[in-house]
Design a protein around this ligand. Sequence first.
Ligand code: ADP
Length: 159
Amino acid sequence: MRTAVFPGSFDPFTLGHLDVVTSTLKLVDEVVIAVGYNSAKKGFFTPENRIRIIEASIAPLLAQGYRIRVCQYTGLTIDFCRQENISILIRGLRTTADFEQETIIAQANKRLYPELETIFIPASQQTCFLSSTVVRDVMLHQGDVSLFIAPNINLDDYR
Ligand code: ADP
């Protein structure tokens, strides 16, 4: 079985992230969404709630029979991949800035874990502007974020 890891902060998980997961499911049998947690960096949502938001977001895909797991990890992403015996890492690309940053990380990861292959998934036209930062900013100013996250999720329930 071919498994890929999609790591990130997911603070919170957006329709952009969901889009990347949906595309990845066309390439592999299973996707592990790995929520990286850095104790020195206080998030907007707790790691537990980030996981709950992801689980609610992927529920329709799970109901369709797709294999998706949600995990939490600390430390280096490559150490998580090694531990889980996963050699495919997925990252989404929105802009050239993403490309520059992600290429450097992919090269460093390859040095540290040569078996690892990074695959970049381009953002869709509908979500290429979307980031967790945008969602947090809109929320902080009591704006409507419903267009940015999976339907039927009220992010206020997770704060
Ligand atoms: P990190 O803090 O590790 O960058 P994020 O949660 O911000 O974590 O993003 C996780 C991954 O999802 C990254 O590869 C990021 O480029 C990608 N991503 C975020 N938003 C989008 C989007 N709208 N479309 C495609 N990929 C995205």
